[in-house]
Every structure is written in C-alpha cells, then in structure tokens.
Design a protein around this ligand. Structure first.
Ligand code: CP
Length: 300
C-alpha cells in the first residue's frame, strides 16, 4: 500500500479487499475489543470543509486504536490572518503529528501537501476529485449485504458531475466487478467515464435496471446558484420516493450523506428496511480503523 491515501488509485484491488476484510473483522462487539495498535500515534483532523460522518468516524476510529487526535479547522486559526495552506501544513508537521486526515475543497491540494510534508496524508474528501474512504465504506457495506459485489448492478443517481464520491465509487466498484450506471440530467451527469454500463435520465429506468441505487445530493456548494436545477422538475425525474421504490422490491438504497430530505430522497425511504444508509455510516468507522491501521501501524 502507498504511504499516503490520496485517491483510490493508491490502492491495489488486493488492498481494497484486505481493507474490507479488516473492516468486517472489527464490526460488532469486536469493535470494543481492538488492541491499541496505534497507541502513541498523533493524528490531526484538518477539515477545511464541513463534515459530520467523515470527521467523527475518523476520530472514533483513531481513538478505538489508541491514537490521539487534534482538530484543526480554519475558522479561528491563523488562516484567518492570511497564513497560506502550505505554511499551515508545515506548522502542523513541525509539531510532530504522524498523520493528517484532510478535507479540502480544491482539487490537487492533497497531493501538493503530501509532496512537501513528512506526515502521512489521508484524503477525507477533496473537491470534486476523490473521497477514497467513502468508496471503501460503500463497498464494505455492499460486500456485507450481498457477500460479493461481482456482477452487482449499481446505479449512481443525481449530481455525479460535481461528486467526488461518484468518481471514487465508480473506480472501486468496477474494480471489484460491479456494473455501474449513472442517472441524471445531462448537465448533472459525468461523461466520458470508462466502463459505464448505462446512462439513464429517469429514476424509474434506473430502478428497473439496478440491484442498488446510490443517491447523491445536488452539490450546491460546487455550483453557481444560476446552475441549480428547478427542484420540482428534478424531483419528478430523479428523487426516490417510497411509491417509486415499492415497485422494485429487490432494490436496495444507498446514499453517502448528507441527505437532503424532500429533494433527492424522502424520509420514509431513508428509514426503510431497504435502506443501507445508516449501515454505511457504521462501516465508515470500521473501514477507517482498517485504513489507519494499515497506514500507521508499521510506520515509524
Ligand atoms: N459522506 C460524507 O463525506 O459525509 P460528511 O460530509 O458528513 O463527512
């Protein structure tokens, strides 16, 4: 495995399977019985964008393994006095942290930082480019549910164009043998992606084809207000309602979160037994434990 985790391309298919296997071994009661393999390690959580799931699950994962964490956020820091990102990183590096788990809105930031500092860099979400641990937790959830994802038909529905999750999911899911399709308006949908099985422009067509639909919210923060679709028009073609889901009883529902209830998904779908969404969150802790262990345990 590479020294940093910047993108899914840093992981071989064997690395992915090994992380999923490791994550499954720490789910359930075993989660509380893990040896503190990262005792003495210090990890900084550098979040330059909001997060609930990723930040808390990395923090929980680190603590479960005995590591200590510190939170860095730009608000209240010397970034507000004009300090550059790289100087901020050199400053954190000089304090002796072993790793930084970093989220940033600008594509390329993680590789730029990794090239200049000693700490291990773990990507916790980068612009529209990559969210590797989200893809790992998504396939971990699917492997638990289905046993294997080889041949599974997964349709990513919604704003794939602005989604780092979509890019990372497509790579990891395809490498594990899934068929991946996209569904969305032309202006919201990734194009020129190798190996995409189908492109749909109505969620009914996606549901008819799929074993799993993976819903995405509209990434408002990465779009100009003038580019926002009309929400009612968007809902009529792309939102998953219980009435639509009921017609396809075998289909399961995923969403990386945060969900926008009443836009791409309804509350009853989120809470339905057909939804794997909260199970994805549980896998987030286990997968991040596996990733931290693999990157930091043997690092000296
Ligand atoms: N899926 C995801 O990255 O969620 P957060 O923004 O809450 O971390």
């Amino acid at each position: 495995m590479a020294r940093h985790l910047l993108n899914t391309s840093d992981l071989s298919t064997d690395d992915i399977l090994s992380i999923v296997q490791h994550a499954h071994s720490v789910l359930g009661p075993a989660l509380l019985e893990q040896p503190p393999t990262l005792a003495g390690k210090r990890i900084v959580l550098g979040f330059f964008e909001p997060s609930t799931r990723t930040r808390l699950s990395f923090e929980t994962a680190a603590h479960r393994l005995g590591a200590r964490t510190s939170l860095f956020q730009p608000t209240g820091s010397s970034v507000e006095k004009g300090e550059s990102l790289l100087e901020t990183m050199h400053t954190i590096d000089a304090m002796g942290f072993d790793a930084i788990v970093m989220r940033h809105s600008v594509n390329g930031t993680h590789a730029e930082v990794a090239a200049q500092i000693r700490m291990i860099v773990i990507n916790a979400g980068e612009g529209t480019h990559a969210h590797p641990t989200q893809a790992l937790l998504d396939v971990s959830t699917l492997v638990e549910h289905y046993g294997s994802i080889t041949g599974l038909r997964i349709c990513i529905v919604g704003d794939s164009l602005h989604s780092r999750v979509a890019r990372s999911d497509i790579d990891v899911m395809q490498r594990l043998g899934a068929e991946v399709a996209l569904c969305g308006t032309p202006e919201l949908t990734l194009s020129n992606v190798d190996g995409i099985a189908e492109v749909f422009d109505h969620i009914d067509d996606a549901l008819r084809w799929s074993n799993v639909v993976n819903l995405l919210r509209i990434q408002r923060e990465r779009r100009a207000d003038s580019e926002m679709p009309d929400i009612e028009a968007f809902r009529s073609r792309y939102a998953l309602t219980m009435a639509k889901l009921a017609a396809y009883p075998e289909v399961r529902v995923m969403h990386p979160g945060p969900v926008n209830i009443g836009i791409e998904i309804d509350q009853d779908v989120l809470m339905s037994p057909r939804s794997l969404i909260h199970r994805q969150v549980t896998h987030g802790v286990a997968v991040r434990m596996a990733v931290l262990h693999k990157l930091l345990h043997l690092d000296s």
